[in-house]
Write a protein that binds this ligand. Structure first.
Ligand code: SF4
Ligand code: SF4
Length: 749
């Protein structure tokens, strides 16, 4: 399509005071059909000028050279056929560089030319529209699953609720009471299970499938085909899925140090709940009443050899069970041995109420040993107590406060136990598949997990998980998201939580599931690029079946045929561009984001010759955290070096290494990559983008060797949004390195 570009330069917000806008307009006029400046572009008058020109001049591309694209996005949107680029003269140039300086002026010119190159080499995206289902599947009929089902059904969506047990209710059916719900937060409460089950059963939008498991889930959001197994087979067409499969207790057989499995009077908190439901708490070895009892907190939790994390709930469970004991045995001596008591928010009052009981003794301490004394009672040796002394407690019974493990986690033992029905040949294959023939680890391409949804995805049969087995995908920015688009986790499968938190959590997941079906119906992305209508196009005639895209897509979007040709599932895609960065043939592109576009942007950056002694540094900056950090630095008017030219990327993982080699071959002195922090404790917005970019730099170093260029010319950095103060130094330090290695010898070639 022929492009006709109009460029509009704003003079407001210090731009007019810092740049020679007239000279800039004169220069840019050579590259655009129209180039105008305006005193303040974000006014009716300013926008009116653009709209008039679109009408009269037949513009189909607009470059707004003013403030960041994060400011007034709607104001500078001119319809789906007009592609608009925002050039941040304010943030990239005038707020961060010396006013009325030659280098600042050149920089402004470069950025506007890059904006023109960008709109000239791209097309407006078109949404991918297909007929889709808006029905929602909820997997797990516990409190969070039922709450999510009801929330979605009340919003008018048809919901299928699948539960593997004959009854709805999950763990809540096993718990007689739950934590206090009303001030003064000292009385145990009813979980509300009965009312919720009735409400779910009476809701005509909810179809309940009990004693049902999922044999297979294929397809993509809006078009999931879910095969249910409940004696007979039934296939559902589903728009989005909420996984509320809950938790399981940490395996107590591993707690022999605590005496579990060796001493019958050592039980878990779950066993105490069972006792309360079955006639009351009694000493297991002989059924006698309890005179004294010890609750050992963090039994295996916050322990690198067992569960390294805190389950956040077990302290309150013990407080609740202390109350059970007190109600049944008014004179019993009760001991609670803890690392810390974590009873947050209003539950502090609950803790205080338990402390008021003179018969309850709380002490910090580390368990040394649990043994059986000659009198038949248990001896509990505790060290490092608050009193500074070791203590010995004699008790009838010990209760271990075991932690919560998500049902998506497969224990190592289970994973190798061929007799276990949860372990199939597939999961074994998946583990083996992690290493390819050439020895390269296929970064999590084959996920190992519990078989709950039984996905037919190329990358594995269930939800990829974080290091502790939770299936979250970005716990800071996108709670509920899993790494499979259109599938949302809620309740204790997402993070350890109590019943009432899980019920609140369920509303969030229901909202996400609804957003997913609605976005898919409009053919646009759900998150994090919410509303993005673009989609990667694969020019498969030139595909070499190298499988990089299918392996590296963080969201399992691409399946593949027998030969390894990618088979896209558009609605699974989050538009990160990782596949575009991965493809060595450069055949993956988006209409509005592609390899050619960035190459064209690089080409129009001015390149001072070596005698000017002005280096040029290209900065690829991730739009998610790093770019907002750059903008925060601008808001604070922090100055950085004017030799830097920034190109924002959807994700560092979308960086195709050809851009780096081309840039260096054409004279850039250095290239700096700035992306999100990686790892479970922070998480790149597209999971593995920054990790993949760092990994791909190995290939770039090879290329540098071929060009006989120093490896110091490339640096990769991670930046959190809060790290904006580091930006000037980051650039200065890199420029110092470049100063040491000297100018790029390819500069004038
Ligand atoms: S854009 Fe991202 S999510 Fe979509 S197919 Fe490519 S790598 Fe996968
Ligand atoms: S990365 Fe490119 S060449 Fe390789 S399989 Fe994917 S599309 Fe084909």
């Amino acid at each position: 399509m022929d492009t006709k570009v109009g460029v509009y330069i704003c003079k407001g917000c210090d731009i007019g005071k810092s740049l020679d806008v007239e000279k800039l307009t004169e220069e840019i006029t050579k590259d655009a059909a129209v180039c105008k400046s305006c005193d303040v572009l974000c006014t009716e008058e300013g926008v009116g000028v653009i709209c008039d020109d679109i009408e009269k001049e037949g513009l189909n591309r607009v470059v707004v050279a003013a403030c960041s694209g994060r400011v007034f996005p709607e104001l500078f949107t001119f319809g789906k056929d007009i592609l608009t680029d925002r050039v941040s003269l304010r943030e990239y140039v005038v707020w961060t560089h010396e006013p009325n300086d030659e280098d600042t002026q050149v920089m402004a010119e470069d950025y506007i030319k890059m904006g023109i190159a960008r709109v000239k080499s791209t097309e407006p995206p078109e949404p991918h529209i297909e007929e889709t289902s808006k029905d929602i599947l909820v997997v797990g009929g516990g409190m969070s699953g039922m709450t999510a089902a009801k929330a979605a059904a009340d919003a008018g969506y048809k919901v299928h609720l699948v539960e593997k047990e004959p009854e709805l209710g999950g763990w809540a059916r096993k718990f007689s009471k739950t934590f206090p719900k009303q001030p003064p937060y000292d009385k145990l409460a009813d979980s509300g299970l009965g009312e919720l089950v009735t409400a779910v059963k009476n809701n005509e939008n909810i179809i309940i499938h009990t004693e049902t498991t999922i044999e297979k889930t294929s397809g993509q959001p809006g078009k999931f085909e879910v095969c249910l197994q409940n004696g007979s087979r039934e296939t559902l067409n589903i728009g989005s899925i909420i996984l509320a499969s809950g938790w399981k207790p940490y395996e107590p057989d591993k707690l022999t140090k605590w005496g579990y499995g060796l001493l019958p009077d050592v039980v878990t908190n779950i066993q105490v709940e069972e006792m309360v439901q079955n006639g009351g708490i009694k000493r297991p070895s002989d059924g006698k009443p309890i005179e004294s009892i010890v609750f050992l907190q963090c039994a295996g939790s916050r322990d690198e050899e067992h569960l390294p994390y805190c389950s956040a709930v077990c302290c309150r469970v013990s407080l609740k069970q202390v109350r059970y004991v007190r109600e049944q045995y008014p004179d019993a001596r009760i001991y609670v041995v803890y690392k810390d008591v974590r009873s947050p928010q209003q539950f502090e009052s609950f803790y205080a109420a338990m402390q008021d009981d003179d018969g309850v003794f709380f002490t910090k301490g580390e368990l040394a040993e649990v043994t059986k004394g000659s009198n038949g009672k248990l001896q509990i040796d505790v060290t490092e107590t608050l009193l500074g002394e070791d203590i010995k407690i004699e008790a009838d019974m010990v209760v271990l406060a075991t932690g919560m493990v998500p049902t998506t986690k497969v224990d190592d033992e289970v994973a190798t136990d061929n007799d276990n029905p949860e372990t199939t040949e597939d999961s074994q294959t998946a583990v083996e598949d992690e290493t390819t023939a050439d020895g390269k680890k296929e970064a999590e391409s084959a996920e190992r997990g519990a078989h709950i949804l039984n996905l037919t995805y190329r990358q594995g049969t269930d939800l990829p998980t974080l290091k502790y087995g939770f299936p979250d995908s970005h716990f800071i920015c996108f709670p509920y998201e899993t790494r499979r688009t259109g599938i949302y986790a809620t309740g204790a499968v997402r993070a350890p939580m109590d019943i009432s938190t899980a019920m609140h959590d369920a509303y969030g997941a229901a909202m996400k599931a609804i957003q997913a079906v609605e976005a898919v119906a409009r053919g646009v992305a759900v998150h994090p690029r919410s509303g993005d209508a673009s989609f990667p196009d694969f020019f498969l005639q030139r595909c070499t079946q190298c499988k990089r895209c299918t392996e590296e897509c963080p969201f399992g979007t691409l399946d593949e045929d027998d030969k390894g040709t990618p088979l896209p599932n558009p609605f699974r895609c989050r538009r990160c561009g990782v596949c575009m960065g991965a493809c060595p043939e450069r055949i993956v592109s988006f209409k509005d984001y592609n390899v050619h576009m960035v190459s064209e942007m690089i080409k129009c950056i001015s390149m001072p010759d070596e005698f000017e002694e002005k280096p040029r540094i290209l900065a690829f900056v991730c739009e998610n955290d790093a770019m907002p950090a750059v903008e925060m630095a601008a808001l604070k008017r922090m100055k950085y070096n004017a030799m830097i030219r920034i190109i924002p990327l959807r994700c560092l993982g979308s960086l195709n290494t050809v851009w780096i080699s081309d840039a260096l071959a054409s004279g850039f002195d250095g290239v700096i990559l700035i992306g999100c922090k990686k790892g479970d404790d922070y998480q790149c917005h597209f999971i593995r983008g920054s990790e993949l970019a760092a990994y791909r730099m190995d290939n770039v170093q090879e290329k540098l060797k071929q060009l006989v260029l120093e490896e110091e010319r490339i640096e990769v950095h991670e930046l959190a949004i809060s790290d904006f103060e580091k930006i000037p130094k980051l650039f200065d330090d890199f420029l110092e390195v470049i100063d040491t290695v000297g100018p790029n010898p390819y500069k004038d070639m």
